[in-house]
Design a protein around this ligand. Structure first.
Ligand SMILES: *Cc1c(COP(=O)(O)O)cnc(C)c1O
Length: 401
């Protein structure tokens, strides 16, 4: 082992020893607090990615860190072979937040998606008596990176070369309820959808899309599964993005911010008539629902119970949207905004999303590009109005460079 402490050396070390499945911006972070991160040379950057919404409450939120530290001094992992004093309270609190009866705790988002698919298929077998259940999904989806999940991705980069693929999925265009209706067969047991597509570039469907999917599910005895892993837990100005259109899915898939930026915590949340299909031995996870995760998850739900973060995202989101819309025509071709979450299409004449990200890095703002010409802004919800203005000012400056 060689000891390296300088930024360039650390980047080179990563490139030498890590699989090349990421292409990070050239910044080496060594500490963080609230909406800000600091690199190894002491330079500060405003974090406008928030780990893809896993850090909704800001870096090292004191309430979350306090819960984690207290639990680190007690017990961190037992497996589900035994009960703990943390898991019941966490499940109770999370179920109440979702106005549902049952929680299936997992770790990563992709595991929550896989678990939701397993539950829907089991429900299809046991309750509807379907031997080969099918699930309808949306084009442009992002639900994670496992084999089954990329089997129904239509992104060639995510999918090509990883076959054979898991069957049982039908892909129809996002935002098109008629296409969903036309794709339903007697074997369809569920519709799996992001209420707003994050990785696709913050794509907001027509307002009647989710309500119509809800109706189709009710009429055809199918489950509506909403992947709120990125859109949920305050990001859009409500607890769930589906709240904005008054839709309650049969299953919520949660992750990212549920772990408070500390540990991976994900969950499938639903009522007993659906999640109740799982019996002992049929599904599980060694780390799922561990006491550290449960303590952190409880603290996160506690923060959401106040409504304070949802309100901040709603209020600051209006300002963000207004200020970004003013950039249309000045290097920006389109803006899509939901709370403190924005997809910004950059005029290709100005540069790629990646190039804009590099210019913003030099200006002290961290963002991530997606699909070539789009950048996404998703700051921690603790960001102040002045900090948000700073981010948009720097974006305007980077576009004018
Ligand atoms: C990030 C994400 C996932 C996958 O979560 P991981 O924790 O990276 O496995 C699934 N669905 C959506 C909508 C996401 O944004």
């Amino acid at each position: 082992m060689i000891t390296v402490t300088d930024g360039a050396g650390l980047i080179e070390q990563e490139q030498r020893h890590l699989a090349h499945n990421y292409h990070p911006l050239p910044v080496v972070i060594s500490s963080a607090d609230g909406a800000w991160v600091t690199d190894v040379d002491g330079r500060r950057y405003l974090d406008c990615l928030a780990a893809y919404s896993a850090v909704n409450f800001g870096h090292r939120h004191p309430v979350i860190i306090d819960a984690a530290v207290r639990q680190l001094g007690r017990v961190t992992l037992t497996s589900r072979a035994f009960h703990t004093d943390q898991l019941g309270p966490f499940a109770d609190r999370l179920a109440a937040l979702c106005r549902k009866e049952m929680v299936l705790p997992m770790n990563t988002g992709a595991e929550a998606v896989e678990s939701g698919i397993k539950v829907a298929r089991k429900w299809g077998h046991d309750v509807r008596g379907i031997a080969e259940p099918e699930i309808i999904v949306a084009g442009g989806n992002f639900h994670g990176r496992t084999i089954t999940v990329i089997s129904f991705s239509d992104d060639p980069e995510a999918r090509t070369g990883f076959g054979p693929y898991t069957p049982g999925f039908t892909v129809v265009p996002y935002g098109d309820a008629d296409a969903v209706a036309a794709a339903i067969t007697e074997r369809t047991v569920a519709i799996l959808v992001e209420p707003i597509q994050g990785e696709a570039g913050v794509i907001i469907p027509p307002a009647d899309y989710l309500p119509r999917l809800r109706e189709l599910c009710d009429r055809n005895r199918m489950l509506l599964i909403c992947d709120e892993i990125q859109s949920g837990l305050g990001r859009t100005g409500a607890t769930f993005a589906s709240d904005h259109v008054g839709v309650v899915p049969d299953l919520y898939l949660l992750g990212k911010a549920l772990g408070g930026g500390v540990v991976p915590v994900s969950a499938v949340v639903g009522d007993a008539e659906v999640l109740g299909v799982l019996q002992p031995g049929q599904h599980g996870s060694t780390f799922g629902g561990n006491p550290l995760a449960a303590a952190v998850g409880s603290a996160v739900v506690g923060l959401l119970e106040t409504g304070e973060f949802q309100q901040r995202a709603a209020e600051l989101g209006v300002r963000l949207h207004d200020r970004l819309r003013a950039l249309i025509g000045s290097g920006v071709t389109a803006v899509r905004c939901a709370g403190l979450w924005a997809g910004i299409d950059i005029d290709p004449a100005i540069g790629t999303g990646r190039q804009l990200g590099e210019r913003l890095l030099a200006r002290g703002v961290l963002v991530k590009d997606t699909h070539g010409s789009t950048i996404r802004i998703a700051p921690p919800l603790v960001i102040t109005e002045a900090e948000l203005d700073f981010a948009v000012d720097q974006l305007a400056g980077a576009l004018a460079e």
